[in-house]
Design a protein around this ligand. Structure first.
Ligand SMILES: [Zn+2]
Length: 299
């Protein structure tokens, strides 16, 4: 089953637009292979607002955000995770408005030496003022937000549900334009699948990811997102059953029609699946999990 990606997206950089009675958005001009058209910053509320993921510390983006916030007061800065396209402006914005930054906190397992960089990069200085946990409720003037811990893309990833509109801000956990990067050791496929199931069960009416357009057919889309990962594990198991054990050989078989320059990134995705398959007893390995480890079907 293929994922019904949504890539049609009309927007203008730096312009604040209203998406719903409680939600405005400004998009930063930082397009790229991990950010699609750039970072979408969500402003929740009317006069006293929350800002979700203020984004990169680019002067023109900061100016656009200041313009969008003219005559308003930021009472909460909420963070989905610590990647550099999301968090650098969090502390400066919060300090200027005299409010606090809310997030899960930094607990990342840094990549081991020589690993391929698959994401926009870590903001290792990221430190929320208030560490929040799954189930915490954050309340402001006319809005109520449920904090939902969704590890997988990163171990500290949070999604935020806006109760008044039954809408989810999904950060990089679920994106309309692409699958999410799940790269070990901080990314974890078992956690990721579990997080997807928990979001699906909550029956949100709409999802706004940080990058790209909204997702309206939430149940169908998240279902396809999960099915895509399960189908990939079936393919990997098939390759192991055929006698392949080396990750790069599995990648060459499964990604034969994909540009070879993307194979190192694909190898990380296959590794994250193999770790999950090993943890669930379907696969064995000849040593510590890693790109050079040989894998085999469990007897
Ligand atoms: Zn990210």
């Amino acid at each position: 089953m293929s994922i019904p990606f949504i890539r049609q997206f009309e927007f203008e950089y730096g312009t604040c637009i209203s998406l719903s009675p409680l939600i405005d958005r400004v998009i930063a001009n930082n397009p790229g292979p991990f950010t699609y058209t750039g970072t979408g910053v969500y402003i929740i509320g009317d006069k006293d607002v929350a800002v979700i993921d203020p984004g990169p510390a680019l002067p023109e983006h900061r100016a656009a955000l200041d313009k969008a916030l003219e005559g308003r007061r930021v009472t909460h800065v909420l963070m989905t995770h610590h990647h550099i396209d999301h968090s650098p402006l969090a502390i400066p914005l919060a300090r200027d408005h005299g409010c606090k930054v809310y997030g899960y906190g930094l607990q990342i397992r840094p990549p081991e030496g020589g690993e391929v960089r698959l994401e926009a990069g870590d903001d290792l200085s990221f430190k929320p003022d208030v560490e929040i946990r799954c189930g915490d409720v954050i309340q402001g003037d006319g809005w109520t937000i449920d904090a939902i811990h969704t590890p997988g893309h990163t171990s500290n990833h949070m999604c935020f549900g806006l109760r008044e509109e039954n809408t989810l801000f999904s950060g990089d956990h679920i994106m309309g334009w692409s699958t999410s990067v799940v790269s070990p050791p901080d990314g974890h496929m078992g956690d990721y699948l579990d997080s997807l199931e928990r979001i699906k069960a909550r029956k949100f009416g709409r999802i706004w990811p940080t990058h790209g357009p909204c997702i309206d057919d939430v149940d169908e889309f998240v279902g396809a997102y999960i099915d895509h990962r399960i189908a990939r594990e079936t393919q990997i198991m098939g390759a192991l059953d055929d006698g392949l054990s080396d990750i790069m050989d599995i990648v060459a078989k499964l990604y034969a029609d994909v540009d070879r320059r993307l194979h190192p990134a694909a190898a990380h995705s296959v590794l994250s699946h193999l770790i999950h398959m090993r943890e669930t007893g379907r696969v064995t390995a000849d040593g510590k999990d890693g790109l050079k480890t040989a894998y085999a079907p469990a007897a």
